[in-house]
Design a protein around this ligand. Sequence first.
Ligand code: SF4
Length: 335
Amino acid sequence: MIDEEWLDRRISRGFDRADLRRILTCDHSEAEAVFEAARRLREEVFGRKAFIRAVVEFDNSCHCNCLYCGMRRENTETVRFKLNADQILSVARRAHENGIRTFFLQSAESDDYGAGWLADVITRIRELGMGVILCVGIHEAGALDLWYEAGARKFILKHETADGELFAKMKPGATLENRLSWLRTLREKGFDIGSGTLLGLPGQTIDSLVSDLVLMKELEVDMSSVALFLPARGTPLQDQPSGDVDLGLRFVAALRLYLGDPLIPATSTFERLREGGQLGCFQAGANVITVNMTPPGLRDDYQLYTDRFYVGLRHARRTIERAGLEETTESDLLG
Ligand code: SF4
């Protein structure tokens, strides 16, 4: 039976694979104890605080063909778009005016915009007094140097699944090994790194989710996340069922309990599948929420999945408040 004593013992001596499996498969009443322990640990590390970051999705052209993604190369129904630098800067200014100090630049995997162009955008955002996170896929090492010199210090490259076979099936032409070697390169280049799991992929097992946790621990990630699989129209997985919200919440808590101090976002897929799902993430140990600031006329084409839930500023602030947390900035939270 998982209770406070069971959890305290593991928190002080460490969790093994069997413990992680127990957490991921525990029942409702045990899950309450798990969530409470995760909240307690978050409070010990960060206090009763959380922060908001703003994301702009600036380019949805992709040379990859991931089976689960609406922006995959072979989905000819997706209308492709790219924001120009002024459009991005105007979004960043609006985020800054609203008290947000972390700006998240996200794109599909494409080299079309050029490394120098993105370096210039990063410089201009840094001049506003904001930190920059990149989530733009795999690029040449020279591009990483340029972006670091321009002032980006954080880079998210999700591994999606630690099951090498499933990874190769879901991301044709790519290997888990290569992705992990890029995460290590990012670390060597000086970036704080983030990774994450896509929970609910067809064929994924509890054991492979345990491996996701172990992998993120080994990588010593600064940011760790879990998004729930949701089917995207026009993809080979369009008729597959969505990921399990309750399992996802237990995964969030396992991230907090097992990894300790990474930033953990309450991702929008939880809210899309269950009203209050992001509040549930905070109650399971998350401490970040991302507001979507991609222009409304375009963001439907950033089709990670169909019928996305877009997190607005009011929803983000209300969720933090309902979780009993105080909004702060990332630099204040990390000291
Ligand atoms: S998941 Fe990312 S890399 Fe894969 S097709 Fe979608 S945008 Fe491209």
